[in-house]
Design a protein around this ligand. Structure first.
Ligand code: AMP
Ligand code: MG
Length: 697
């Protein structure tokens, strides 16, 4: 089945024109990717819907079209009215009778006419009009006919109303009577392009599905928004967020026979948690999350790490990702083997199989059993004792075989093979489940998925993974002196090297990199940029202006929010790091010098991005190698030198420690990490080398 491209959810109404201004209890419709639209009456909606569906079909799209009224009557209840069990006979019956205009309709009369098909007072009840209608009681208890009150779906869905009630708060009978004719016209107009769930089994461009927002919308509408609008938007988003596999399962599984044949069913019933899980998003970070303990002047780097590790947590929602697209995503749920790998014992070589117990001492001569076992084509029947059979790599081990001998170790003619004993029982075979056992956890949540991890999930039959949505990292450069590379610049200007560098880092980390451009040294402009950026970013990296000077606007505006902490980390390169929370989004104010910006992005940005993305904290450990340099380091701070390994595995460092020397960054393949204390390093002394690969690049 082709997955749905769009989901359109409609909150229906059985009433009259609600006027031009958006109101509750009218018709509201929302696609998963558009705000809800208001329709004052059914006629306006129907015209719109026909146009929209035509456009979607023309575009080759598949549309999930949900309506919130019952598509059928309780089992056996349509037959007295139409003479048939077929739900579409009832749709037709209603369509032939309903008269609908913006300001008047005959829904109560249609209900009354249906009632007259029953012995005694029929099932429909409730009259919203002043005039009495023959055959339509005002109260449910006045009914005397044999009535099946609820469909199976209503029996399961707590709080759902029976179809029979035509008036009163929450009733759905009128909506059904006024809705079925519209659906019937859709069927006529779109023919083979439309199907009705769950009655029609086939798949079409448009699938019309019964939904019930109260089932899965538990959140309140935001202030000032009409509840119906909120509900259709939410349901549309929930359904669109299901994976194609989940959508398929919800449409095809566990629907009772009577519902499928006659009554209809509510999409997602029994699977509410699955649908609601899709709009769970962790709450934003609190404003004080970067506060330092009082009394700190210079923060040791370990303390800085500890604070980040304690205060940051995953901020991205979960999603489903098809296996083939999963590389670089963070796994959000453990992967459990759906079946063993291999599922059955199979051959590890091309050769011959037999029962080991049939071997004798010394040289062996075994007659050949006809046929062969190949990968994907098992041998039919079993191999008698004392016979050998041809077996190819990957073939399921035939019955009667428990040992294989390599083809290269055999002399072969048309009828026999000869080889030397002994051959160990079970030789040259792969045991069932020797790689992975069904039910075993093969990959743990938090892993950043690599191609080989994806192969492992595939080998145990898993086709889709629950991953975290990629962290959206915004990158902003600040400073009046910056010029865009590729454009002319005067001598006073500096080409913006940090922005493309940091965007590249974000991408290497498997995150979505968002270019926030370049901010002038102006606080209002900066605030405006951060306001907009915090709406669409989960983390913001800025560079420049992070210190405490006059032109250090990043720290100044972060300071205004009260959320800022200026971290003076005992570290070279890297001056103060300005950390703040802007509208819930953490902002890492990196130094402007490219070398310091890069090193701070690796040391603080990388592990923080991992935590925020659900991958967990990671401290690079590197390895110890002999130094290919000589240096005297002073006490009181950590130092990181741009470094690379020589062909004989020694660490050499870049000639200059200048913090603006971008060439050294490009030259290096990692960093040499020096401790807090004073130290004299001589050629051959052990030093710690941290390859860039340990920082996700
Ligand atoms: P700041 O941290 O703003 O005082 O900047 C420190 C130094 O880094 C200054 O020399 C800036 O010109 C330079 N700088 C700031 N931002 C960038 C950038 N995006 N690309 C290259 N150099 C920069
Ligand atoms: Mg600056």
């Amino acid at each position: 089945m082709k997955p749905f491209d769009r989901v359109l959810i409609v909150d229906w109404s059985g009433g009259n024109d609600r006027g031009p201004r958006p109101k509750a209890d009218a018709i509201w419709a929302a696609f998963n990717d558009t705000p809800a639209e208001y329709f004052r009456h059914r006629q306006a909606f129907e015209t719109w819907l026909m146009t929209v569906l035509e456009a979607e079909i023309d575009a080759g799209h598949r549309v999930f079209l949900g309506f919130d009224f019952p598509f059928g009557l309780p089992e056996g209840m349509a037959k007295p009215i139409t003479g048939q069990d077929d739900p579409f006979a009832f749709w037709n019956w209603v369509t032939e009778r309903v008269e609908d205009a913006p300001k008047r309709n005959n829904r109560f009369d249609v209900g009354a006419e249906a009632n007259r098909a029953f012995e005694g007072v029929g099932p429909f009840w409730g009259n919203g009009l002043a005039r009495d209608i023959d055959g339509l009681p005002r109260k449910g208890r006045s009914r005397t006919a044999q009535v099946t009150e609820r469909r199976l779906a209503e029996a399961d869905a707590k709080g759902a109303f029976p179809v029979w009630q035509l008036a009163g708060v929450g009733s759905v009978g009128s909506q059904m009577i006024m809705g079925l004719p519209v659906l019937q016209r859709l069927r006529l107009k779109f023919g083979d392009d439309i199907s009705i769930w769950p009655f029609d089994a086939h798949d079409t461009a448009v699938k019309v599905v019964e939904v019930w927002p109260s089932l899965t919308v538990r959140s309140q509408a935001p202030e000032g928004m009409v509840k119906d609008a909120w509900q259709v938007e939410t349901v549309a988003r929930q359904i669109a967020a299901l994976s194609p596999r989940e959508q398929y399962d919800l449409l095809h599984e566990d629907i009772p026979d009577a519902a499928r044949a006659e009554e209809g069913w509510i999409f997602g019933l029994g699977q509410e948690a699955l649908m609601m899980a899709t709009d769970l998003k962790p709450p934003p970070l609190s404003n004080d999350c970067f506060a330092l303990p009082p009394g700190h002047h210079w923060t040791p780097i370990e303390d800085a790490w500890q604070i980040l590790q304690d205060r940051l947590r995953c901020v991205v929602p979960q999603q489903k990702t098809p296996l083939a697209e999963a590389q670089g995503y963070v796994l959000a749920k453990d992967v459990v083997a759906l079946r063993s790998h291999p599922p059955a014992a199979n051959a590890a070589v091309d050769g011959y199989g037999f029962a080991q117990s049939s071997l004798t001492e010394g040289d062996q001569l075994l007659p050949l059993h006809p046929g062969r076992a190949a990968a994907g084509v098992p041998l039919q029947g079993s191999v008698p004792d004392g016979f050998a059979v041809r077996v190819l790599t990957g073939a399921i081990i035939p019955d009667g075989v428990d040992t294989l001998v390599l083809e290269e170790d055999c002399a072969i003619n048309d009828t026999h093979i000869a080889f030397r004993a002994p051959v160990k029982k079970g030789a040259n075979m792969r045991r069932a489940g020797e790689d992975s056992e069904a039910g075993e956890v093969v990959l743990r949540a938090g892993r950043i998925l690599r191609p080989q991890d994806i192969a492992l999930a595939a080998s145990v039959g898993v086709g889709e993974l629950t991953t975290f949505a990629p962290l959206r990292i915004g990158v902003l450069s600040t400073g009046d002196e910056l010029a865009v590379p590729g454009t002319p610049a005067d001598q006073a200007q500096v080409y913006d090297a940090n922005r493309p560098m940091l965007l590249g880092l974000a991408r290497s980390w498997g995150c979505t990199a968002l270019d926030l451009g370049h901010a002038p040294d102006d606080r209002d402009a900066l605030r405006e940029i951060l306001n907009r950026a915090s709406e669409r970013c989960d983390m913001i990296l800025t560079s420049g202006g992070a210190s405490a000077g006059d032109e250090d606007h990043v720290s100044a505006v972060l300071e205004d929010t009260g959320s800022m902490a200026l971290w003076r980390i005992a570290l070279k390169p890297g001056r103060p790091l300005a950390l703040g929370v802007w509208n819930g989004t953490p902002v890492f104010g990196l130094p402007g010098n490219p070398v310091a910006a890069f090193v701070c992005a690796l040391l603080f940005g990388y592990p923080s991005a991992r935590l925020l993305s659900g991958a967990g904290w990671a401290k690079p450990s590197g390895y110890i190698v002999p130094a290919a340099f000589k240096k005297s380091k002073r006490e009181g701070r950590r130092e990181y030198y741009r470094a690379r390994l020589t062909p004989n595995g020694r660490a050499e460092v870049f000639a200059s420690e200048g913090s603006s020397r971008v060439s050294g960054l490009s030259w290096a393949t990692g960093l040499v990490e020096m401790g807090f204390d004073a130290e004299d390093v001589n050629q051959g002394d052990p030093v710690r080398f941290l390859p860039f690969a340990e920082f996700g690049i």
